[in-house]
Design a protein around this ligand. Structure first.
Ligand SMILES: C[S@@+](CC[C@H](N)C(=O)[O-])C[C@H]1O[C@@H](n2cnc3c(N)ncnc32)[C@H](O)[C@@H]1O
Length: 461
């Protein structure tokens, strides 16, 4: 089967269900992609004739460019395409042992009882890792469950060794592969009990000094072939912390030298500073209104041989905010032509049109994007804010109401949308409809800030 796992990792998963699985809890695969991890877990069940099924959770959405999925599988699927049918095809005869769930793990809670084996290959961000703890953690049984972390030794998920190694009172390492990145832990106490776990781990929770202590102690315990993997993780952490002060520059330089001695080539070193860390750092700067900083991060990504589209998008938006319209235009148009179906690119194009006072063009792009955002609240909110800026003239209230009403069929489930609709209804004198929309927004998201604020304003007359 097409797979992102090493042979030893697959053998380990087969061994786990064949030799260690007792049957008192669920076997769960988070992030099976084309299913090789699920099939390996199923193979262990099949060989030993055990009952039980592997519960496989994935978004089953093809990664947008540059797609690590495309690099492995050459399926030529479009960004966002559903690959559940390919998963079903690939697992073939293992289907009776596997139950597939198309789910976004950012917002999912497991209600299926105790978990015996939790294989995790989807903890691809701090946010996702927290969400997995939140959604599955309380079903882990102290001293009995296994949490198998496929990415533990992978440098792009440097948070995993930080989170797990910082709590030796809570996590005990019990197995690992010799060649590959998988390491398995057992919880020693209840995750949601006293002295349990945090659900809000973040980069800021581990300063560089603390991270270095944890990672160096891990390096000392690992077999020689795995040590440089954690050195790579430490280097990434140092790049992320990257304040330009000289002490920090010295740390980075020393780490580069250490990596060189460990046999890491210059190209590999460059790839460690990849867009996957620089682009988010750039957007953070952008959110702080540090547009020069955002531009620098984007340019750093674009200085190599690759031109990752997300860095081009960041550069375009930073230039737009800095008033450098021609540069912004060429970046934003490049993003739209490289990823015509990528919805945020329509919003960037709308921003450009707004800056050029092409209000009708901006409106068309925002409306198209909004109709397709299903439950992506941050983008819906962003789009609604832009939509408002496209309206001009004395009857803008009426225009807003007409437009929002036309969007209701697509966005009626979004609290942000219902709040905007309520405001437009209220401004057009349709008070009881407005109250109804606010109530609906609060029903979907109790405590929604915008909706609460409107209700309060209206109650005060
Ligand atoms: C590295 S791949 C897994 C490889 C796989 N375990 C194998 O055996 O080849 C990571 C998987 O995580 C999934 N994923 C990423 N973010 C997710 C999310 N928010 N919810 C569910 N799945 C997600 C991706 O769709 C992808 O299939």
């Amino acid at each position: 089967m097409r797979s992102m796992l090493s042979d030893e990792e697959k053998q380990y998963l087969i061994w786990l269900t064949a030799e260690r699985y007792e049957g008192w809890g669920a076997v769960i695969d988070l992030g099976p992609w084309f299913g090789s991890s699920s099939a390996a877990l199923a193979e262990g069940l099949r060989r030993t004739g055990k009952t039980g099924k592997v519960q496989s959770f994935d978004l089953f959405e093809w990664e947008w460019e540059p797609s690590y999925m495309e690099a492995v599988a050459h399926e030529q699927l479009k960004g966002g395409a559903d690959f559940l049918p390919t998963f079903m095809q690939e697992i073939g005869d293992y289907a009776p042992w596997i139950e597939a769930h198309k789910q976004d793990l950012l917002s999912y809670t497991w209600e299926g009882g105790p978990i015996e084996i939790l294989f995790v290959d989807a903890a691809k961000s701090w946010e996702l890792t927290n969400a997995i703890f939140k959604g599955f953690g309380k079903h882990l049984v102290p001293g009995r469950s296994r949490v198998v972390l496929q990415d533990f030794r992978y440098h792009e998920t440097h948070w995993l060794p930080l989170i797990f190694d910082s709590r030796p009172d809570l996590w005990k390492e019990i197995e690992s592969v010799a060649f590959g990145t998988t390491v398995t832990f057992m919880p020693l106490k209840a995750l949601d009990g006293p002295a349990g776990i945090h659900y809000d781990y973040s980069e800021a929770a581990f300063r560089l000094e603390a991270a270095e202590l944890l990672l160096r102690s891990r390096i000392a315990r690992e077999a020689p072939q795995n040590r440089s993997l954690f050195l790579r993780a430490l280097y990434r952490k140092a790049v992320i912390e990257g304040s330009p002060d000289t002490a920090h520059a010295g740390t980075l330089q020393a780490l580069r030298e250490e990596l060189r001695v460990a046999g890491i080539t210059k190209e590999e070193l460059e790839s460690l500073e990849s867009w996957t860390i620089l682009v988010p750092l750039g957007w953070e700067a952008y959110t702080r209104h540090d547009y020069e900083g955002a531009k620098r991060f984007a340019e750093r990504c674009l200085s190599g041989s690759q031109r990752p589209v997300y860095a081009v998008a960041l550069l375009g938006m930073a230039l737009l905010r800095l008033g450098e319209l021609p540069g912004a235009k060429s970046c934003i148009e490049a993003v739209a032509s490289r990823m015509p179906d990528y919805l945020p690119s329509k919003l960037y194009r709308a921003e450009l049109a707004l800056a050029e006072r092409r209000y009708a063009d901006a409106r068309a792009d925002v409306l198209e994007a909004l109709k397709a955002f299903h439950d992506d609240e941050p983008h819906i909110e962003y789009g609604l804010g832009l939509l408002e800026q496209t309206l001009h003239g004395a009857d803008r209230g009426h225009q807003a109401l007409t437009m929002l009403t036309s969007l209701r069929a697509c966005l009626g489930g979004s609290p942000a949308f219902l709040t905007s609709l309520a405001r437009a209804q209220h401004e057009s004198g349709k008070r009881s409809l407005a109250l109804q929309s606010v109530a609906e927004a609060l029903e979907k998201a109790p405590g929604h800030q915008g909706a609460m604020q409107l209700r309060e304003e209206w109650a005060n007359g």
